[in-house]
Ligand binder design. Structure first.
Ligand code: AP5
Length: 242
């Protein structure tokens, strides 16, 4: 798969020069994180982005930032998110395609929460094909529904910088305070148990079919997301650098 060479060069440059400048002819690293709500996509996407120096793009974080900022997009998204529904494709696809056209995406990116429907995936494939590009990896973080419900109740989120924690499995240094930006941590509105059940059902119905879609493209890799989170990360890195 396309990303291994890039990883090797990136690692080498980090070690040798402590800075990273990518030549135009070198490959990009474009990764999709798949998995149920709460499977750990965001947790792993941030670690991947940090390791390889590429942006972490979370459609959920973009919507939450817009909700916090009181924008029109935020108000529209909130009405769906609070009910555990997907924000309509006509809003989401254009927003994501604009984001991956920005300058910081020139060396690749990790997509977290997009695509979530077959039309979103097809739009992404088409948009990339027009630029002569394709995704390198779709990483499915596999966690059964029973484990998801426990995780969501303990998750605490920073709505300012997008960091996520878990009261038991990944606690912040100071209870209720974000390590990165010192903002207060909150239980997300959509992490209430009844909304989590709805999100899981939407996931199985609309998002799980993407596993077959990306298997068909030959870029699907599956990791066991029930392991300890650093072990999950090591498993992902092993696949990306194989
Ligand atoms: P979004 O923010 O994308 O939510 P999600 O997919 O439901 O994913 P989560 O952020 O809830 O979970 P995650 O998999 O990132 O898990 P995390 O790493 O936090 O989307 C929210 C909403 O926005 C959607 O419902 C929808 O309405 C809308 N939306 C977004 N994108 C859209 C799109 N493309 N189209 C339409 N609508 C869209 O981990 C969960 C918890 O578990 C954390 O507390 C973490 O610390 C802990 N944890 C992680 N890994 C482990 C581990 N290995 N062991 C133990 N604990 C762990």
């Amino acid at each position: 798969m396309g990303g291994s060479f890039f990883c090797y060069k990136l690692e080498k440059r980090h070690w040798n020069h402590n800075i990273f400048i990518l030549n135009e002819e070198e490959e990009k690293m474009k990764i999709i994180m798949l998995g149920a709500p709460g499977a750990g996509k965001g947790t792993q996407a941030k670690k991947i982005a940090g390791k390889y120096g590429i942006p972490h793009i979370s459609t959920g974080d973009i919507f939450r930032a817009n909700i916090k900022g009181g924008t029109e997009l935020g108000m529209r998204a909130k009405s769906y998110m609070d009910q555990g529904q997907l924000v309509p494709d006509d809003v989401t696809i254009g927003m994501l395609l604009d984001r991956i056209s920005e300058a910081d995406c020139q060396n690749g990116y990790v997509l977290d929460g997009f695509p979530r429907t077959i039309p979103q995936a097809e739009s992404l494939t088409e948009a990339l094909a027009k630029r002569g590009e394709k995704m390198d990896f779709a990483v499915d973080v596999d966690v059964p529904d029973e484990a998801i419900v426990t995780r969501m109740g303990g998750r605490r989120a920073c709505l300012k910088c997008g960091a996520t924690y878990h009261v038991a499995f990944n606690p912040p240094k100071t209870e209720g305070v974000c390590d990165n930006c010192q903002d207060n941590l909150v239980l997300r509105e959509d992490d209430k148990p009844e909304t989590v059940q709805k999100r899981l059902s939407v996931y199985h119905d609309q998002t799980q079919p993407l596993i077959e879609y990306y298997k068909g493209q030959g870029i699907l890799v599956t990791v066991d997301g029930t392991k300890e989170l650093n072990q999950v990360f090591q498993d992902i890195v092993a696949v990306l650098e194989a």
